[in-house]
Design a protein around this ligand. Structure first.
Ligand code: SF4
Ligand code: SF4
Length: 137
């Protein structure tokens, strides 16, 4: 099973620190294939199928895929996790981006919807509590 180009582009864009993806283009056919990303639906961009291909590690890690959305409280789950991981590595700009978000981990109501939807086995509701404690919000 292979991921589609659209899924691959989304996966690459979701990696911490990645702002853009520059695919190689051999001709118009490649260009049209790649530009299909722009109009792709969230379902077409969803790469949660990766969870079935990758060997399960002992520690479940958030890969920012947003498959657990929608959050009833409106939290941007993938973005919050990405900023948190970057902040833990010393990225002050990511910490600032986190503080500028409209909703923070502290706004999590602990409903557990994300826990049941995460294909990577992340207990996201507990992670939100951890993130809220780290940032104090
Ligand atoms: S908690 Fe799971 S589904 Fe949600 S963004 Fe992280 S890895 Fe994806
Ligand atoms: S547990 Fe928190 S982050 Fe997860 S869906 Fe519920 S409110 Fe959103």
């Amino acid at each position: 099973m292979a991921l589609t180009r659209i899924q691959c582009i989304q996966y690459a864009l979701d990696r911490p620190g990645v702002l853009t993806v520059l695919p190689g283009v051999r001709g118009m056919a490649d260009l049209e294939d790649i530009l299909a990303y722009v109009d792709a639906t969230p379902a077409e961009r969803d790469y949660a199928a990766l969870a079935e291909m990758a060997p399960q590690s002992r520690e479940a890690r958030c890969v920012y895929c947003n498959h657990c959305q929608p959050c009833p409280a409106g939290l941007k789950i993938g973005t919050i996790n990405k900023y948190y991981d970057l902040a833990c590595l010393g990225d002050e700009m990511a910490a600032e981006h986190y503080r500028n978000l409209e909703l923070h981990a502290g706004d999590c109501v602990g409903c557990g919807h994300c826990d049941s939807r995460c294909p990577f086995g992340v207990e996201q509701s507990a992670r939100m509590a951890e993130i809220a404690e780290y940032f104090g919000v």
